[in-house]
Design a protein around this ligand. Structure first.
Ligand code: UD1
Length: 423
């Protein structure tokens, strides 16, 4: 059976300017939130990636119409009359679970296929369920489906999250906005995408304060108060960080546009610690490097800590640094699958539980490798750009889930990369 792969010719540099797309992790939830405003919502700066196509299908399956013109999606939720999300879609993309909160808010009930295991650790949804239960939702499991009911409606309450889960914070916010009374979410996730979602919800008539901080206060306004809106997605900090790593690897100078630098404070601090020069403006960041890469220790943490979604890319930088770095993954189990592929290209990495000991090497060699996940896949292409010889990256559907025209953007920055169909 034929498949598409990315072929990279190495010993290359990246420089110039690239504009990032809208944030995948925002846009997916903004699409889900459109269910909350009966009528036609417009969401702008939506990336053209396969995960967005799946979320569009989830909405269609609920009865919405979704049309795309460039990066603008027009979503008509007038006729949304189903509250069930089938296994075929949830199994393709775990983020489908983010319709749970909006469906409960709109219909007082929902039936969503249970997300199965995922390659990046267990990825449970227990915190979503505990928080929603506190708001008055009763759950049962029926033939692999999670059934949610609200026999006494949604009531505002205080929820203290065990861990600042992004998905749980979002689902709770989207349900609490229609509850009777006030809700306080404590130990909430602080990712910029949470604030983006809250801004959209407020534009729809909700009252959410404090999103982007650990304490979010929500005054329930009832479903009938909510209306459709026109919202623009924030820039993708992970796409920006990925290209900046490309610039840091090869020297640059490389500028990313369309991104608020405050979204990437920790990642930029680490670039500086590794020997890069970083300059920022209102919506751009430039990186360049004139001296050897310096090793540094990194631990992933919820925002504003170092993002787990940039861990593989920075592991690549550490792999070429002049010394030893320790990378600690605190957010997901099993998120070191990328290390084995990078080792095939000559990196020296030992794994011990959730720590990776990365001993810098002088260079990498091109090799056939496979994407193990979205971010690891993107990092392998970058590895191929600095490696000696040819790298073939397999299983690139992972990359297409989250990067719009990755190959086209890298080519514009000077990389010798192409998508090729092989048997
Ligand atoms: C989102 C992002 C993902 C990013 C992650 C952390 C989307 C579509 N995906 O994923 O790219 O890597 O945030 O920044 O936005 N957990 C539980 N129980 C729960 C919920 C989570 O144990 O109920 C655990 C997870 O297994 C994981 C950790 O908490 O180990 C973080 O998960 P969470 O913040 O919820 O990430 P996602 O929303 O799934």
């Amino acid at each position: 059976m034929s498949q598409e792969i990315i072929v990279v010719h190495g010993n290359n540099t990246l420089s110039g300017e690239v504009t990032v797309a809208g944030a995948k992790n925002s846009a997916l939830k903004l699409l889900a939130a459109s269910i909350l405003g009966q009528g036609v919502s417009t969401i702008r700066n939506v990336p053209m990636i396969s995960d967005i196509r799946i979320m569009s299908d989830v909405l269609r399956c609920l009865g919405a119409t979704v049309e795309r013109e460039g990066h603008t999606l027009t979503i008509d939720t007038t006729n949304v009359d189903k509250h069930e999300t089938p296994y075929e879609l949830v199994s393709k993309m775990r983020a489908s679970i983010s319709v749970l909160g909006p469906l409960i808010a709109r219909f007082g009930q929902a039936r969503v296929a249970m997300p199965g295991g995922c390659q990046i650790g267990e990825r449970k949804i227990d915190m979503h369920l505990v928080g929603l239960h506190a708001l008055g939702v009763e759950f049962s499991v029926d033939h692999g489906y999670l059934e949610a009911r609200t026999p006494n409606g949604l009531r505002g309450t205080q929820v203290f999250l065990e861990f600042p889960s992004v998905g749980a914070t979002e689902n709770l916010m989207m349900a609490a906005i229609v509850a009777t009374g006030d809700t306080v979410l404590e130990n909430a996730a602080c990712e910029p995408e949470i604030a983006d979602l809250a801004n959209m919800l407020n534009a729809m008539g909700a009252d959410v304060q404090g999103a982007g901080t650990p304490t979010i206060r929500i005054r329930g306004v009832g479903f009938d108060t909510l209306h459709p809106c026109d919202h623009t997605t924030v820039g993708d900090r992970i796409e920006a960080g990925t290209f900046l790593v490309g610039g840091a690897l090869t020297g640059g100078p490389l500028t990313v546009r369309g991104i608020d630098p405050s979204f990437l404070r920790m990642a930029l601090m680490k670039l500086t610690a590794m020997g890069c020069e970083v300059e920022t403006g209102e919506d751009w960041i430039t990186v360049k490097r004139e001296r050897p890469l310096v090793p540094t220790d990194i631990q992933t943490l919820p925002h504003p800590g170092f993002p787990t979604d940039l861990q593989a890319q920075y592991m690549l930088l550490a792999a070429l640094a002049d010394g030893v770095s320790v990378i600690t993954e605190n957010v997901f189990e099993n998120r070191f699958m990328f290390a084995a592929e990078l080792t095939r290209m000559g990196a020296d990495i030992s794994l011990e539980d959730h720590h990776a000991l990365v001993r810098g090497v002088k260079g990498l060699q091109g090799a056939p490798v496979k994407s193990t996940d979205l971010r690891g896949g993107a990092a392998l292409v970058l590895a191929g750009i600095v490696a000696e010889g040819e790298t073939k990256v397999y299983k690139i559907s992972h990359i297409d889930r989250g990067y719009e025209d990755y190959v086209g953007k890298l080519r514009a920055l000077g990389a010798d990369v192409e998508r090729v169909v092989v048997e």
